[in-house]
Design a protein around this ligand. Structure first.
Ligand code: IPE
Ligand code: IPE
Ligand code: MG
Ligand code: MG
Ligand code: MG
Length: 321
C-alpha cells in the first residue's frame, strides 16, 4: 500500500476541504459521515496516476479526481439501498443509520457536487462532461442489469461480464481516461489507457464477488454473504451453475427462496465450496489482470511512467477489503 499512501493522503486532504453546509443537518451529516468513514479511494488515485503517466502533475487533475470519488460515493449510497446492505466500510449504511429518503437525497447532493467539481476543472470541460455523462448513464444501466439478474435463473458469463463492465469497469476506465484527455494524449493511447481501466475493473468486480463471501469478516467492511441473500448472479454463482450436478442445481434454486439468512448463506456456501468456485473465480480475476497488463504494455510511454499503475493493479489483485 505504501507508494499509494501519499496519493490517498492528498485525496483525503482535498475531500475534507469540500465545503458542505451545516443545515439541514439531516442531509449534510450523512454526507460528512460517509466521506469520513473512508474507502480505498482507488478511482481518484487512478486519475492522479493517469496524469503522471503522461508526465504531468497530479495537482492538475485534482478536481476530476474528487468528482469521480464523490460520484462513486453517490453510487454506493444508492447501491446500498438497492442491495439492502446493512454495512459499508465497517460502519452502518446511511439508509440504516438515518433513512432511505436521507440516503437518496445525500446521494443526489453528492452527484450534483461531482458535476460542480468537474465544471471547475481547467481544460476541455465539454469533453470531460461528455465522457462523464456517458459513464454515469452506463453505471445506471449496469446497476439495473444487476437488479434484473436477481430474478433470473440463468445468466451467461457474457451477460454477466457486460453487466459488471457497466456497473463497475467504466468508472475505473473513465477515471484514467479523463486524465489522458486532459494530457491531450492521442486517440490510440487513450484507448489503451481506457482498456487497461476496463480490465482492471472487471478483475476488481470479480474479486469483489469473491470477497463478498470469502473475505475475513474482521477486515472486510461489508456484510458477508450479502450477494447470496440478494440472489445476485455473481461470478461465484455462475461458476457454480456451470459445473453443478442436477441435484446441486435444484438445491441452489431452492436456496434462492430460503428465508432464513444463516441457512441460505451456509448451505449455498457448502455447494460453492464443493465446486471450488473461489479458486475458479480467482482464475478469472487473473485472466482480466493479464489482459490489463497487455493493454498497458501497448502504450508508447517510457516504462518507468507505467510502473505506479502496474503496482496499483497488483495491489488490487491482492486486496482483502
Ligand atoms: C465498491 O467499491 C463498489 C464496487 C464497484 C465493487 P470499492 O471497493 O472501491 O469501495 P470503497 O470506496 O473502497 O469503499
Ligand atoms: C456495486 O456493485 C457497483 C456500484 C456501486 C455501481 P456491488 O453491489 O457488488 O458493490 P458492493 O459490494 O455493495 O460494494
Ligand atoms: Mg452492493
Ligand atoms: Mg449492487
Ligand atoms: Mg459486491
Amino acid at each position: 500500500m505504501d507508494f499509494i499512501a501519499p496519493y490517498t493522503a492528498y485525496i483525503e486532504r482535498e475531500l475534507l476541504k469540500i465545503d458542505f453546509p451545516l443545515q439541514p443537518a439531516q442531509l449534510y451529516d450523512p454526507i460528512r459521515y460517509f466521506i469520513a468513514i473512508g474507502g480505498k479511494r482507488i478511482r481518484p488515485v487512478l486519475t492522479l496516476l493517469g496524469i503522471e503517466l503522461f508526465g504531468k502533475q497530479k495537482q492538475q487533475v485534482i478536481q476530476v479526481a474528487l468528482a469521480i470519488e464523490l460520484f462513486h460515493n453517490f453510487t454506493l449510497l444508492h447501491d446500498d439501498i438497492m442491495d439492502e446492505a446493512p454495512l459499508r466500510r465497517k460502519m452502518p449504511t446511511v439508509h440504516k443509520k438515518w433513512s432511505v429518503n436521507t440516503a437518496i437525497l445525500a446521494g443526489d447532493v453528492l452527484l450534483i457536487k461531482a458535476y460542480e467539481l468537474l465544471a471547475s476543472q481547467e481544460g476541455d470541460t465539454r469533453r470531460l462532461l461528455k465522457l462523464f455523462n456517458k459513464t454515469a448513464v452506463e453505471v445506471c444501466q449496469g446497476q439495473q442489469m444487476d437488479l434484473d439478474f436477481e430474478q433470473k435463473k440463468t445468466i451467461t458469463i457474457d451477460e454477466y461480464q457486460e453487466m459488471i463492465r457497466l456497473k463497475t469497469s467504466v468508472l475505473l476506465a473513465s477515471a484514467l481516461e479523463m486524465s489522458a484527455l486532459l494530457a491531450q494524449a492521442d486517440e490510440k493511447q487513450r484507448e489503451h489507457v481506457a482498456q487497461f481501466g476496463i480490465n482492471i475493473g472487471l478483475a476488481f468486480q470479480v474479486k469483489d464477488d469473491i470477497l463478498d463471501l470469502y473475505a475475513d469478516p474482521k477486515k472486510f467492511g461489508k456484510q458477508i454473504g450479502g450477494d447470496i441473500l440478494a440472489n445476485k448472479k455473481t461470478m461465484l454463482h455462475l461458476l457454480a451453475q456451470q459445473t453443478a450436478s442436477q441435484q446441486q442445481l435444484l438445491d441452489l434454486e431452492q436456496l434462492g427462496k430460503e428465508l432464513d439468512p444463516r441457512i441460505k448463506i451456509a448451505e449455498t456456501k457448502k455447494i460453492f465450496d464443493l465446486l471450488a468456485v473461489e479458486q475458479r473465480a480467482n482464475e478469472k480475476v487473473n485472466a482480466f489482470f493479464e489482459q490489463a497488463q497487455h493493454e498497458i504494455n501497448q502504450l508508447e510511454i517510457p516504462n518507468k511512467n507505467k510502473q505506479p499503475l502496474i503496482q496499483l493493479s497488483h495491489m488490487l489483485l491482492g486486496r482483502e477489503v
